[in-house]
Design a protein around this ligand. Structure first.
Ligand code: FES
Ligand code: FES
Length: 187
């Protein structure tokens, strides 16, 4: 008798935008395909499907990740945030509002990924993470000013075929400034 083959699918429970979704997936299914094809969360976009364009960016435990390079089965137990979960109810996230106000898009296809990335960029910057263009990376130097050069570098994993980069950088800078105002007001 032929030996039993190992299973090729598993039932997983994914925690997405604060809700649990249980589904059976082939082990080769990417998180991106599970979101779009199985759960109807089509805000996350498929561009290259090979980790190069950033259109599929989501947040995993608060850090950005390209969902086309994540297996759905490996995302069990992680806190997954997609573009559908970035706003707080009817209140847009400051990054979403800034993209809207400053036209940080043209066709909009890359926009969900840009926004998820930018949300994480602001948190990474606030936590003092340097980037490849940060001049003084000593921890005691503190976070570098979020200049256009810093924003361009930190957002460089997200491509925009429409070339809306000028407005995208302005929108991220505006959202960062709004966040600082809120922090100062709360202090
Ligand atoms: S679709 Fe995932 S990086 Fe392009
Ligand atoms: S707005 Fe069209 S690809 Fe970026």
């Amino acid at each position: 008798m032929a030996p039993a083959l190992p299973p090729t699918s598993s039932t997983v429970t994914l925690n997405i935008n604060g809700e649990k979704h249980t589904l059976t997936v082939d082990h080769r299914t990417t998180l991106l395909d599970a979101l779009r094809e199985r759960l109807d969360l089509t805000g996350t976009k498929k561009g290259c499907d090979q980790g190069q364009c950033g259109a599929c960016t989501v947040l995993l435990d608060g850090r950005r990740a390209v969902s086309c390079l994540q297996l759905a089965v490996a995302a069990e137990g992680r806190e997954i945030t997609t573009i559908e979960g970035v706003a707080e109810g009817d209140r847009l996230h400051p990054v979403q509002q800034a993209f809207l106000d400053l036209d940080g898009y043209q066709c909009g296809y890359c926009t969900p990924g840009q926004i998820c990335s930018a949300v994480a960029v602001l948190e990474e910057h606030a936590a003092g993470w340097p980037s490849a263009v940060t001049g003084d990376v000593r921890p005691e130097a503190g976070p570098p000013p979020l200049t256009a050069e810093e924003i361009r570098e930190r957002m460089s994993g997200n491509l925009c075929r429409c070339g809306a980069y000028v407005s995208i950088v302005e929108a991220v800078a505006r959202a960062a400034a709004d966040g600082e105002k809120h922090t100062e007001a709360a202090a």
